[in-house]
Design a protein around this ligand. Sequence first.
Ligand SMILES: [Fe+2]
Ligand SMILES: [Fe+2]
Length: 245
Amino acid sequence: MYKINEIAPDLYRISIFAPQFNIQFNHFLIKDDEPLLYHAGLKGMFPLLHEAVKTLIDPKKIKWVGFSHYEVDECGALNEWLQVAPNAQAVCSTVGTIINMSDFAIRPSKPLQHNEVLTTGKYSYRFMRTPHLPHGWDAGVMFEQTNRTLLCSDLFHQNGDVTHLTDVDILEGHKKSMLELEKSPLMDYVPYNHNTAGLLKELADLNPKTLATMHGSSFYGDCSKALLDLDGVMKDLWGDKTNNF
Ligand SMILES: [Fe+2]
Ligand SMILES: [Fe+2]
């Protein structure tokens, strides 16, 4: 089953909970002249996600499929979307297009440079290159500039089938979830390094109104503070293990 909530104007969160992993996989569809789907999702979830998208728009009209980094929950079903939507293109970091999309995607993808803006009609997205944050050489995030929503991928990951949007602190839930993962084969989620604090500061400076998280509740409130505080949480979790990164 899926759940759909509009968490910012025209920005729909489509959540699919996987009980076997105790996590939500959240996908974001933004209605515009050129609709953008952020997170293509897992291949195995494509039929369900497709059904969900159909309740919002004609999936054939999707123009952009965006994601942070190359990983199956981010872009596993990319080619399924490219087949359904004849004009769709993947949009990701320049590194991502060179090292992954050039071979993986069935059509050329659109590379974005740091701070480059993609306009889709009434909305525009600033691309922020964030190598190795949350993970992956090719990582980046997109910031929707009109309603100030940061599509922040795995940052602030929280386990459980939690509420779609909250103004209550999500850092505590994030830390608890990461500590659970640390005791599992999924340890070392983020390679904390000498650039992490600076990258988070750059995202905080965008002054987002909403943090659209891939796993867990999205957050609205003082997002800049949450991003700055996230550095402390990450440093506690992984700083001393990876400071020679
Ligand atoms: Fe990831
Ligand atoms: Fe993820």
